[in-house]
Ligand binder design. Structure first.
Ligand SMILES: *Cc1c(COP(=O)(O)O)cnc(C)c1O
Length: 480
């Protein structure tokens, strides 16, 4: 086809400007930036034009062009469809993995009280660093401090950006400038996902790592023999995401504290997950709580805000006032300081812990761990019943079954402990398990499941009733 004709046909498309002037599109600009809408329109026109060029180049009958829609209305409708599925890059997903504290999926879900407080504090000015009694500059840290000290029964506490920052700041404060030594058991030189490795963080902080004991056994004598005038700290690190079994022994917090006292050297413990609630309450194996570690006499204990605590990303530093003050005075505390939205969430979460029963009920992380098999099964049946009565979900194509399964807590807590759970197995006549996974991840509200023995399953432990609608929606779409 000669170029002139092509040109004539392409000229029939409406201009971007004419679409932007459409009344409906003008209303869209109230909800979306104009540049974003413009780019969408340009892309829509481009893709229609490419279709036409394809037709023309393949010398198909001009009649084909009748199917091409050149009207403004057509583009407005396509644009509306495009915008209706808009979402930010960071979006809500349905967690069907059963891992309660899943670092890739945002770790802890906040309790209602924290969400409300974040909204209030972030939508107005606040007394973040303002002392209302004295009418002058106040302390950002005071807002979480009073509750942490009450709950942990420690002299002083500080909340920073995350636990990695807490550990880094503490090591740098104890040893930083003068390259002092920190003694750690070889069984605790762990890597906690990402790039957090105890030996690396130690090096970066300026501390010199002194490894003692062996991988499986460390004895009091190993610590004692390594102590010299350059020793600044005895450090105990929670093994978090692995467990050793067999011929294994290490020192308890109390054991290390007594060595520290004997030699007048401070003791720090990086608890990792750090729970305020005894896990045995949920039928899980015993792990010392943060309160117990403080009580054992550890000088500084650090742990995460968004693991077992169930709050926002944060790092808690708690212990003896002199050391917490020293860490707070470190110039790094400015770089690692906690944000006001985090602080708003953290204060509300900590407040829940003033009543443990209430905390277990209101804090999703605790609630999801505490669910009984019976409760999870009941939730599964409820979802399955909703699927059964949905007539736009094709039961000839799809097959559903509630099966027994195992889930884990995650977040480095109890890595070898499995919790009994129930899962919904979804099979599709024409789509493989990984195909279902891919389809579900592509939904407006993505659903993340797991594949086990070549079958696609959704672990119901981490699925909330509020997620049901998204699952039902995905099942309708995959029925087509
Ligand atoms: C998770 C963990 C960290 C890192 O905590 P973040 O809050 O993720 O920075 C440090 N130490 C231990 C033992 C951990 O389990």
């Amino acid at each position: 086809m000669e170029n002139n004709k092509k040109h004539d046909i392409l000229r029939q498309f409406p201009s971007v400007q004419s679409i932007l002037q459409n009344n409906i599109v003008v209303r869209f600009t109230e909800s979306f930036p104009i540049g974003f809408i413009k780019e969408k329109i340009e892309n829509l026109i481009k893709s229609e034009k490419n279709k036409v060029i394809g037709f023309l180049n393949s010398r198909k009958d001009d009649a084909v062009l009748k199917d091409i829609n050149f009207t403004v209305d057509f583009f407005v409708k396509s644009l509306a469809e495009d915008l209706s599925s808009f979402s930010y890059s960071l979006k809500k997903v349905v967690n069907g993995t059963g891992v309660v504290i899943h670092t890739n999926l945002g770790r802890s879900i906040l309790p209602e009280s924290a969400i409300k407080n974040v909204s209030i504090i972030s939508s107005a000015y606040s007394n973040l660093e303002f002392n209302l009694t004295e009418g002058k500059r106040g302390k950002r840290y005071s807002h979480a401090e009073y509750l942490l000290e009450k709950i942990l029964k420690c002299e002083k506490a500080l909340a920073v950006n995350n636990n990695a920052a807490a550990v880094f700041m503490a090591l740098s404060s104890f040893c930083g400038g003068d390259r002092k030594e920190v003694i750690v058991s070889r069984g605790e030189l762990v890597e906690i996902g990402g790039s957090f490795r105890i030996p690396d963080i130690m090096k970066a902080s300026g501390a010199i790592l002194i490894e003692v004991g062996t991988t499986n056994k460390t004895k009091p004598q190993d610590y004692k023999a390594a102590i010299n005038e350059n020793t600044a700290l005895l450090l105990k690190v929670h093994q978090s995401n692995f467990r050793m079994s067999g011929f294994v022994s290490g020192l308890s917090s109390e054991d290390i504290v007594s060595i520290g006292k004997e030699h007048n050297i401070p003791v720090m413990e990086d608890l990792g997950s750090g729970s305020f609630v005894g896990l045995e309450k949920f039928g899980l194996p015993y792990e010392p709580t943060a309160q117990e570690v403080v009580k054992a006499g550890v000088d500084i204990v650090t742990f995460s805000g968004d693991k077992l605590l169930g709050g926002p990303q944060a790092g808690i530093v708690a212990g003896k006032a002199a050391y917490v003050d020293m860490i707070a005075a470190n110039p790094l505390s400015r770089a690692f300081r906690i944000d006001k939205m985090t602080l708003a969430a953290l204060e509300a979460v900590l407040f829940e812990y003033l009543d443990i029963e209430r905390a277990v009920k209101n804090i999703p992380t605790l609630f999801l761990i505490a669910q009984t098999e019976k409760e999870i099964r009941k939730k599964s049946v409820k979802l399955l019943n909703k699927i059964k009565i949905a007539d736009n979900i094709d039961k000839n194509l799809l097959d559903f079954k509630i099966i027994k399964d195992l889930s884990i807590v995650g977040g480095g807590a109890l890595p070898d402990y499995m919790l009994n759970t129930f899962a919904l197995r979804i099979a599709h006549k024409e789509i493989s398990a990984s195909g279902i996974g891919k389809f579900f991840r592509s939904c407006n509200t993505p659903i993340i499941g797991k594949i086990k023995n070549d079958e696609y399953i959704l672990d119901m432990r981490t699925i909330l009733e509020d997620d049901f609608k998204h699952i039902l929606n995905a099942l309708v779409l995959i029925s087509r």
